[in-house]
Each structure stands twice: as C-alpha cells, then as structure tokens.
Design a protein. Structure first.
Length: 659
C-alpha cells in the first residue's frame, strides 16, 4: 500500500476519501504527498516513486456545462479551468493529471480533444480515476533528475528541508558535484512529523480529550528533527495558537536555538523551545506567585541528609541513594506515607523493606521541613507543588506540546504538561527506549497516557554509520537486561558502512587531554571538516577545566563552545555565525550530534562488566547514547584497559596512527 503524507487526506473533503481509496492500491514504494504549506499555488497531490518518478494531480469541480463550447465570454467556471490548466502546464514535473470531478467519460474526451497537446496535461473523469487511478499513476509518472526533485521538495514541501548545518548526512557524500546538495526529512520522518496535522474539521470540533502521539526511534532516526519540523508546521498553520517544544537538557536547547538563528533568523512568535526545568520554574512562579529558592548545590542537600539521618541508625542506604529516593517520591507525586508504602519501585535498583520505607519517609519529611525552614525546596518538588496548588488557572496554557527525549520524563512532568494544555490539545512525544537510563522503566499507561495504536517506530538511523551503530547496539544488548519490548533493534541494511569506533589509550588523564587536542586539530586542518563538525563529550574521569583550556589555547577562546559553562549555556562565544567546537558533559549530551565525536573520561562506562547489575545497565545505556552521537567517526580516549567483552566493538590504536 502507498504511503500517504500526511496520513489523513482531508484537503478535498469527502472526495479525499475516494481518491485515497484509489491510490491506496499502489504498492509500498509509492508516496502520495499532499502539500500543506506550498509557496503559491500547488496541485492537490503528488505521486512519487524512487524509479517511476513523479506525477502531479489536481482536481477540478467545474461542470461540463461551464466548459463546453458556446459559453459566454468570460464565464467564471471556464476562466478558472483555463487558469488551472496554465498552472499545471507550468509545473516543473513533466507528468500532470487533472481529474474532472463533475464530468463524465464522453465529456472528458470532448474537452481533451480541444486541449493543446503541448500543455502536457492528461484529463480523466472521476469514474475513470476511481477505477483505474493506480494504473494511471503507474503509467503516467515520469522520472526526474535530482535537481528537479530537490526543487519540487523545496517549493512544495519546504517544511521538510533540513539545513546542511543541522545534519550529519553531508559527511557521507563522496561525489564532487558542483551543485549544492539539499537535505530533506525522509518519507518515514516526514510522515511521523505530520501525523494528525490535518484532522477533518468535524473531528477537531468534537475532540475535547488530549490527543497523544508517540514516535519511538533508534538513535539518529531524526526524532528531534521530526519534533522541530512538526512544531514549526503547527506554528505556521495555527498562528493564533501557542506551541511548546520541551527538551530534556540545556545544551541541546542552546544548540538548537543557535542553528535556527543561523538558518531562519528567528523562531515564529507563537513557538517556544525550552528545557523542562526552565519552563517548569516559570510555571511555578506563575502559580505560587513568588520566586522558588533552591539549594545552592547537591552537596548541600546531601549534607542535610547526613545530619538528619542520625535519628534513623538502621537506615543503611548511602546518602546519594537517599537523595535519589527523595526525587523519586516527588516525581511520582507521592504525598503521604501510605502511598509510599504501596508504590511500585520496580527499576529502582535496590529494594526497601516496609520498615525501611517508613524510615525513608520520615527522613524525607525531616529534610523537606529543614529546607522549607530556610525558604528552600528540592528541584524535584517544583512539578509536585504545581500539581497540588489551589490556583492552576494561573498556568500558561498551550494548544500543542511536543516532548523530545520523553523517555527521561517523570510522572510529575507529564502531569504539569497536561495541566498546561487547552482542552482538545495535542501532545507529541519522541523517545528512544534504548537510552532510558535516568528514569525507572515506567509504562506510558502508568503516567496516564494512552499510546496504544498511536505509536510510530523508526528503526533506521540517518545520523551515524552502520559500524558505529552496530558497535553501540552490541554493547547495549550484551549488558542491558531490560524488557526486550523496550529495545528497538536498528535496521542496519542500507546504512553508510563506515569504520569501527577508534579506541586510543593514554597513560594519564592529562595525556589523554593532550592526545585528544592533537587528534582534533589534525581532523580540522584539511578542508573536509570544520570546527562545527566536531563534538567533544567528557565524563567524570577527566580534568574538564584543563580540557577546555587546552582547546582554547589551540583553537581560540571564541572557537570553543562549552555548553555546560554558566555564561555559555544559552549562546556560544563570539555569536552564532562563528564555527565552534562544542564541548559537553556526558550527562547532558543526549540529543547532540556531530560528524566526528571525541569521547573522553568515560572509563567507568567502559568497565561495564565490573559493575553491579543495576549500574551496569544504566551505564550501558549511557555509553550507547554517547557512542551514537557520532556521524562519520567516533574516537574514544581511555586511560584504563577495556574489558575483553567490549574490545571487539573498537579498533584499538596503541600509538598515534601513521599520517
């Protein structure tokens, strides 16, 4: 069956159902496209096939009486029909079909006899199209060159174009053609981005419930691009409605804003792209009418826990585990001890006896009270405060919300989002279950979202190479013991082959930094790569200040964007027009990508087989995430030997490779 983009064909009212039924008989290789936001006039449909080519289809409502000979000069119906023929004839696609919805077969033949053969438009009656539509499409479609195909996509489906600066696909091109390559969402990505965008008016009017769509995709399948494309489309289609796109971490938001300013100049005024933390902070202020005050750092909270736990000598959990459990309580919207006593803790990584739960709850209440006495609150408590506040009407409201990296969202996050949406709004989720390393493996149903039958799975990666993805997937499959249903097996066939990730050894963390800087500078000395094509991800076992300073010394301070540096979190040094090497902490690298990625200081992740089972799975997912940030090449620097069980995923360089 042909793929329809968008899936719902509603532009022509009741006729659309009949047309879709006829074209559905085309085989899987065909795509039936409906222009949503064309530049100027557009046909009602385009048929696209990778070998057969393109066909433009328009529908005319003009009755034969208005088109037959002998009509008065200037008849509106005839003038409109003639104008439609002129527009069809001017299309850059050579195959054009016009369906005369109100004309019979004999009437169409008489009209076709009067057409100029040079106009290249084939006429067909409604009845003929409904019975022979798929055969007509197969017979009439004509192949077009790459330049014409790109021109068609840019003119009629401009919303699917990806700026070259925003994709790693350009690294896979080997030809030396003088023409500039343009990049577009693939059919599956475009179809996912346009799900339910054009609901029939009667459905929109009747719907008062939240409409949810979920896109599950492997790393590099374009989930962020899909969400962004959809957000921009919604903003353009509904200028009077508010659209919100929430992303898990600040570096991705900053990087995305910089890319959009470079390529578009500015965001639509009705579209907001933000981190959940910054957005919920603002919503808390709206509801509580004051500024939230947070502990200055996690050490302060852990010191307070250590002080208060003296009253509970039988509680043996480490302080860090207790702090994480407090966040779990807040994020699970637990408000009393009875709830906590019975809540499922599956996936927490450690068990608690009933008596221990009672002690944890008492300690949680003591720490919370101590913080409140100083006017402070745990960050994880902000969404809970909003959910139980008596004045939810003060929340800013949105018609459409898109959540990227939704696998990291807590139940309280979803609840705040739902409370911030107009009735009948749409919630669009993008997730990669293979990366779910920071939250318990909750079901969507458990957080109040029904995604049954409303999920699209994307198994093909466009960011990275077959070698990189196969290496990352093999490590994850070997060390993660989660539910097989939560693991998306990528489709490797047809991907750019690439080369295995490179593993470089250094004697000390300082030596690893120096080696990384030397390798990075060698990468960008030629014309093949720019600084913007390189991303450095660092873990906890590296002197990050030294790494940043060394990069600045070699490349210049304005050429290194440390995405986690306080004064650089929202914008790069020197402005968005400069090319920067990006530097990001491992815990905030989700969603970032680059043609070449250097991973340093991740020795703990590379020693997976030596870790306890709960930590092993969490770290395997984190390593999978880091490895799949790379487009063409991944270089890992380590100061400790990698276990034999993981070595086959890498090509090891004991010393600098020959030049």
């Amino acid at each position: 069956m042909a793929t329809f983009v968008p899936a719902r064909v509603g532009a022509l009212g009741a006729r659309s159902i009949h047309i879709k039924r006829a074209l559905s008989r085309l085989d899987d290789a065909y795509v039936v496209r409906t222009p949503l936001l064309p530049k100027g006039w557009a046909p009602d449909f385009f048929i696209q096939h990778p070998q057969q080519g393109w066909l433009a289809i328009a529908v005319s409502d003009a009755p034969y009486a208005a088109l037959a000979d002998g009509q008065l000069f200037g008849d509106a119906g005839r003038d409109g029909f003639d104008a439609l023929l002129v527009r069809l004839a001017a299309l850059p696609v050579p195959a054009r079909l016009l369906i005369l919805w109100q004309c019979g077969a004999d009437e169409v033949r008489r009209l076709a006899a009067r057409l100029d053969p040079q106009c290249g438009v084939r006429l067909v009656s409604k009845a003929a199209f409904l019975t022979q539509g798929e055969r007509l499409a197969q017979r009439l479609a004509v192949p077009v060159g790459a330049a014409i195909e790109q021109a068609l996509m840019a003119r009629y489906f401009a919303e699917t174009e990806i700026a070259a600066a925003c994709t790693t696909r350009r690294h896979f091109r080997r030809d030396n053609a003088a023409t500039l390559q343009r990049y577009f969402l693939d059919v599956q990505q475009e179809s996912a981005a346009k799900l339910d965008l054009a609901l029939p008016q009667e459905h929109t009017a009747l719907s008062r419930q939240l409409a949810v769509r979920l896109v599950n995709g492997v790393a590099g399948s374009g989930k962020t691009l899909i969400a962004l494309s959809r957000a921009l489309l919604l903003a353009q289609m509904h200028p009077g409605q508010r659209i919100l796109m929430l992303i898990h971490n600040a570096p991705v938001v900053a990087d995305l804003h910089a890319q959009l300013r470079r390529t578009r100049g500015r965001l639509p005024p009705n579209l907001e792209i933000n981190t959940f933390s910054a957005w919920v902070h603002r919503q808390w202020r709206n509801v509580l009418q004051r500024q939230p005050q947070m502990p200055r750092n996690s050490d302060m909270v852990e010191e307070l826990i250590a002080q208060c736990r003296v009253a509970y000598p039988d509680l043996r959990l480490p302080v860090q585990r207790l702090r994480e459990e407090f966040d779990f309580i807040n994020e699970s919207l637990i408000t009393d001890e009875a709830q906590y006593a019975h809540v499922s803790r599956a996936g927490r990584g450690f068990a608690l006896r009933p008596s221990e739960r009672g002690a944890v709850w008492a300690l949680f209440m003591a720490v919370t009270a101590a913080l409140r006495a100083e006017g402070l609150s745990l960050w994880s408590a902000l969404p809970l405060d909003i959910c139980v506040a008596p004045a939810p009407q003060r929340l800013e409201q949105y018609h459409h919300v898109l959540l990227d990296e939704a696998q990291f969202c807590a139940p309280s996050w979803f609840q705040v989002v739902r409370r911030s949406m107009h009735p009948g709004g749409t919630l669009f989720l993008c997730a990669d279950p293979n990366q779910g390393f920071t939250r318990n493996r909750l079901s969507w149903k458990s957080v109040g979202l029904d995604v049954a039958g409303r999920t699209r799975k994307l198994r093909r990666s466009y960011r990275t190479t077959q070698a990189n993805l196969a290496a990352a997937s093999s490590i994850l499959a070997r060390h993660a013991q989660g539910d097989p249903e939560d693991f998306l097996v990528p489709e490797l066939d047809g991907m750019e082959p690439g080369r295995k990730p490179v593993l470089l050894y250094a004697d000390t963390p300082q030596d690893a930094v120096d080696r990384l800087v030397n390798e990075l500078c060698a990468c960008v000395q030629g014309d093949a790569l720019t600084l913007a094509d390189v991303l450095v991800i660092y873990g906890e076992q590296v002197p990050k200040g030294l790494l940043y300073n060394r990069l600045c010394q070699r490349l210049g301070t304005d050429s290194v964007w440390w995405l986690n540096k306080l004064e650089q979190r929202k914008a790069p040094p020197g402005g968005v027009r400069r090319a920067h090497v990006r530097l990001a902490n491992l815990d905030t690298a989700t969603g970032l990508e680059a043609g070449v990625v250097f991973l340093i200081g991740a020795e703990k992740l590379l020693a997976l087989s030596r870790l306890p089972a709960p930590e092993r799975e969490e770290h395997a997912r984190k390593l999978y995430m880091a490895m799949t940030r790379a487009g063409a090449r991944l270089v890992v620097l380590a100061t400790e030997p990698v276990p034999d069980s993981m070595r086959e995923a890498f090509t090891e360089w004991q010393s600098p490779p020959p030049s």
